[in-house]
Design a protein around this ligand. Sequence first.
Ligand code: PSV
Ligand code: MN
Ligand code: MN
Length: 388
Amino acid sequence: MPDIAAVKAALAGQRIETPSWGYGNSGTRFKVFTRAGVPRDPYEKLDDAARVHEFTGVAPKVSLHIPWDKVDDYAVLSTYAKDRGLELGAINSNTFQDDAYRLGSVCHPDPKVRRKAVDHLLECVDIMDATGSADLKLWFADGTNYPGQDDVVARQDRLGEALAEVYGRLGDDQRLLLEYKLFEPSFYTTDVPDWGTSYAHCLKLGPKAQVVVDTGHHAPGTNIEFIVAFLLREGKLGGFDFNSRFYADDDLMVGAADPFQLFRIMHEVAKNGGLDRAANVAFMLDQCHNVEAKIPAVIRSVMNVQEATAKALLVDLDALAAAQAAGDVLAAHAVLMDAYDTDVRPLLREVREERGLHPDPVAAYAASGWQERIAAERVGGEQAGWGA
Ligand code: PSV
Ligand code: MN
Ligand code: MN
């Protein structure tokens, strides 16, 4: 049976990174609903992220998105974060919102557009130097809409060339994390559509390049936990962008659509050493809160990851291995289901209380008065971001 003290220590030591864009207004192409009190600049996003960390105790890192989080002095932003018990996490590039990128960015047929895109990525590494961020997270909207629109192989060559230049600029302690996504905004080909494409590029680049698994970026029915296990085994799992999807890239709260899938993913992570500091797997959220209150939604998401992790840590690995070795299919399956069916909320409440935290982070946030305060104080502007 798992050692409960070790399980608690692992839960207390887990770190979940929240995205700056999750705190701002967002929506779909139909409507962006605005909400009172949302941050007006990156500093206010950090203030909100600090509340999530204050009440959960496991969310000290915040991912930034450039240029959405552009500031004059990133060292000042980094100090602002530190003063609030936070750290700046992954720097996310943006090569999808300029008119120049109509036919792609780093894969664009015109070398001038490719130069512009690569220069932006290099600027992101400069920002990492200033913030102390270790990870450059790349997602490319590049692709084509029609058969014949562009040369698929030439686009891969251009991608490889751009990635190699950016990789060459990384410092010793910096990584390039390459995301893949099945489709959207391109509907015929996408230049990094799946984990295999990302993996092949990362392998060619070297040890500082790893794959990011965004849980919303697969075809329905894809066995994501298999991908996770495979990448971990190869030392190429750089991190997660957690979110839930019912249909496409829905960016809903992680664990909302399919908590069992999240458990299966975390089981592979926990079993294969992915929770160890040395594995350096970044557990990031990549979500937008279109219709729900933002800070409590981020808190809820952090808790959902904690619950899936707790269940994964409760899997009796010795019993599982014995059942597998005996070829006892039903017993092996039962070991997993026993862990999944455990109500881990009391355990997590204990973990929080032992660390001096309120056992219920959502209730603690609601009682803190922060929401009322920002609704009253933050008037006269909104930070741009998704859908804005
Ligand atoms: C677009 O699909 C996306 O959701 C990617 O997952 C990125 O990680 C995120 O936007 C931020 O650029
Ligand atoms: Mn993502
Ligand atoms: Mn996405």
